[in-house]
Design a protein around this ligand. Structure first.
Ligand SMILES: C[S@@+](CC[C@H](N)C(=O)[O-])C[C@H]1O[C@@H](n2cnc3c(N)ncnc32)[C@H](O)[C@@H]1O
Length: 272
């Protein structure tokens, strides 16, 4: 891969999905994209770079495959588990008190579905404790159609289930099938998925009471990060909440949120 070809790939990823790659990532990019040369019958990276710079139905497929190959889909059940405890014990009971209509939650960059399904499991418990049955809509979005296909199927391997899920929860919410463990409809029915690029306007998604935007902003420039968070504030209902991962912080200069601390958990409330 020449430095010019690398530059074309760098520019494409930054403009199409916000992912910023510095010079040290050339080796990683080469590794992740080599398989696409054979898949799309391209002789070299110069063919791939040319496809990226062209618009046709075939090159659209190639570009989507480049994005798929370069995004990191790492996720697991109850990731940052204290956040989910807070959701269950504090946030859902608070919303049950003050809202009668549908509770709307967005898992932005949901990967293979563990995050929105974990939210649905938390709702199940919170509703049981409160003796409530409120309408809840959870939307999981991701840029990758491939990973969303897995999320929609809601079938997971033993290995995927071993990451973050307690045995009791596994027994309660999954049914063993010949292809893996299938989540039960009680959990899947309130979750829907949609392909969505976080660089695009959010208005098509509606407004939310809670947004989870975890482990995705780390791939973006500071400018893109701030833009996304400022726009997410507009998509939140007054007093709505946003969760970043426990290792991410709210960039300086964002005035739309105030931090909430509850024990070791930190999240953000929209300043109304
Ligand atoms: C590391 S996963 C995070 C999954 C989950 N939020 C969690 O914390 O476990 C990051 C996800 O962000 C998605 N992604 C990357 N760029 C994106 C963009 N511009 N718009 C939407 N999703 C994007 C990737 O496809 C990937 O599935």
């Amino acid at each position: 891969m020449t430095s010019n070809e690398y530059k074309i790939i760098q520019n494409f990823l930054s403009q199409s999905c916000g992912i910023v790659l510095n010079e040290s990532k050339q080796y990683l990019v080469k590794n992740r994209l080599t398989g696409l040369l054979q898949k799309f019958d391209l002789e070299s990276f110069s063919g791939l770079a040319a496809a990226i710079n062209t618009n046709s139905p075939m090159t659209m497929k190639i570009k989507a495959a480049v994005v798929d190959a370069m995004t990191t889909n790492e996720t697991f059940w109850f990731r940052d588990d204290m956040q989910f405890l807070e959701l269950k014990k504090t946030i859902f009971p608070e919303i049950f008190e003050k809202k009668t209509g549908t509770i709307k939650i967005w898992s932005a960059a949901c990967s293979s579905g563990q995050e929105p399904y974990t939210i649905s499991m938390c709702y199940e418990d919170a509703a049981k404790v409160a003796g409530k049955s409120q309408n809840v809509q959870i939307i999981g979005t991701d840029i990758s159609e491939t990973i969303l296909k897995e999320a929609k199927e809601a079938v997971y391997s033993e290995l995927a289930l071993s990451r973050g899920l307690e045995v009791q929860t596994k027994n309660r919410f999954f049914q063993k099938t010949h292809v893996g463990y299938k989540l039960i409809p009680d959990i899947t029915r309130r979750v829907r998925f949609q392909q969505f690029n976080l660089l695009k306007p959010f208005s098509v998604l509606g407004r939310f009471d809670i947004i989870f935007c975890r482990n995705v902003l780390i791939y973006f420039s500071d400018e893109v990060k701030k833009d996304i968070l400022t726009r997410m504030a507009k998509s939140l209902e007054p007093g709505g909440y946003i969760f970043l991962s426990s290792t991410e912080s709210m960039p300086a200069g964002i005035k739309e949120f105030e931090p909430i601390r509850s024990g070791r958990v930190r999240y953000f409330k929209k300043v109304s």
